[in-house]
Design a protein around this ligand. Structure first.
Ligand SMILES: C[S@@+](CC[C@H](N)C(=O)[O-])C[C@H]1O[C@@H](n2cnc3c(N)ncnc32)[C@H](O)[C@@H]1O
Length: 352
């Protein structure tokens, strides 16, 4: 998934920085990815055999992590009559019988003559998204899928829908004409399941990071908050609605969710510094790593000051190619500097 702030392309840099700073020599580590987004970082460290705590305020991100991080065994669909993956996917791929929330609110045909005509999906793809989403929920209600299978299917649907969305990448706006990739029929495909040691723990949460931090402890806390005022709730409202499928009130040309209790203080200039400091102060993790680039709304100096208060601090930096769909950007540079601010917090030893 093309995601603002995704760390997929700098996983090695993150890993090398953590190794260099924390000098970890075993994998008996609890790693927390508290702003998980697409789970790219959590997946990487799950593969390294760390125990993972994953969290994000957005529900679609929680769904994705429930699958990639928490699912740790083969998906079997034992309770369904199509009880193998191939049959389940064939069955769902051939469903196209329900016009639902996505069709009626986000296609040209479904919104015709309404106040706002929207073109996020073709008619066929929207019907397919609705049909599959409704069936997944029906299976869950009738206890025909287990919890891990439910999140697996939802993640497959989110990734498939995102590939055929008629946007420049985020859902803040749709394109006037249906682009080539959005014309293709939605392909609902099985995704990989990351199966790892049964001795490791995988915990996935859907909370505000500043609330969760008071409830957890571990060895490495990785922080990748939003850098600027561009909000994930509006940029990815479509994924939130497909994941929740809660018939929300929506508004305006873009059809964003009207009621929103997920406004992030990390996107608010006036709130961000204090919110960040509270997070660092309350963290019961020996090592804390913050990814932040040179265009973030907390000035570099303030991060240095805040983190240095709580232990030994060091910063690493690397040039990074800018996220290409970020066309609302203030600066038109092609590169940014990705900093990783590191802190060894003054607190009792945990033994890594
Ligand atoms: C820069 S992105 C993380 C990208 C992620 N590392 C990846 O590679 O996909 C920031 C994430 O923080 C989440 N977020 C914003 N405010 C939050 C908060 N207060 N608590 C928890 N998550 C939050 C957003 O929903 C978004 O997914």
């Amino acid at each position: 998934m093309n995601y603002i702030g995704s760390k997929l392309s700098i996983l090695n840099y993150i890993d090398n920085t953590i190794q260099d700073f924390a000098k970890i020599n075993n994998n008996n580590v609890t790693f927390c990815d508290i702003f998980a987004g697409t789970s790219s970082v959590g997946k990487y460290f799950k593969k390294k055999n760390y125990s993972i705590i994953s969290n994000d305020i957005q529900y679609y991100s929680y769904v994705i992590a429930k699958h990639y991080i928490e699912n740790n065994k083969k998906i079997e669909f034992k309770r369904l009559k199509q009880n193998n993956i191939t049959d389940v996917f064939e069955y769902l791929n051939n469903l196209n019988n329900k016009k639902g929330f996505i069709y009626y609110n986000y296609t040209m045909e479904g919104t015709e003559n309404q106040e706002y005509e929207r073109k996020y999906f073709t008619e066929e793809n929207a019907i397919k998204i609705d049909s599959i989403r409704i069936k997944i929920e029906e299976w869950k209600k009738n206890n025909l899928v287990e919890e891990n299978e439910y999140y697996y299917l939802l993640t497959c649907l989110l990734e498939a829908a995102d590939k055929v969305a008629n946007t420049a990448s985020v859902y803040e706006a749709f394109l006037k004409n249906i682009k080539k990739s959005a014309c293709k029929p939605l392909q609902f495909r099985p995704l990989e399941v990351l199966i790892n040691s049964e001795t490791k723990k995988y915990i996935v949460k859907n909370k505000d990071a500043n609330d969760l931090i008071k409830e957890i402890e571990g060895d490495i806390l990785y922080l990748d908050p939003p850098y600027n005022t561009r909000k994930y709730d509006t940029n990815y409202h479509m994924l939130e609605t497909i994941a929740l499928y809660d018939n929300p009130k929506i508004k305006g040309k873009t059809g964003v969710r009207a009621e929103n209790n997920k406004r992030s203080k990390y996107c608010m200039k006036k709130e961000v510094e204090q919110t960040f400091e509270e997070l660092i102060k309350n963290a019961k993790f020996k090592y804390i790593f913050l990814s932040y680039n040179d265009e973030g709304i907390i000035p570099f100096k303030r991060i240095e000051e805040i983190m240095s208060k709580y232990g030994s601090y060091k910063v690493y930096k690397q040039k990074h190619k800018r996220y290409k769909a970020d066309n609302k950007r203030r600066y038109l540079k092609n590169n940014t500097i990705e900093y990783i601010h590191c802190l060894k917090k003054n607190m009792p030893e945990r033994g890594i």
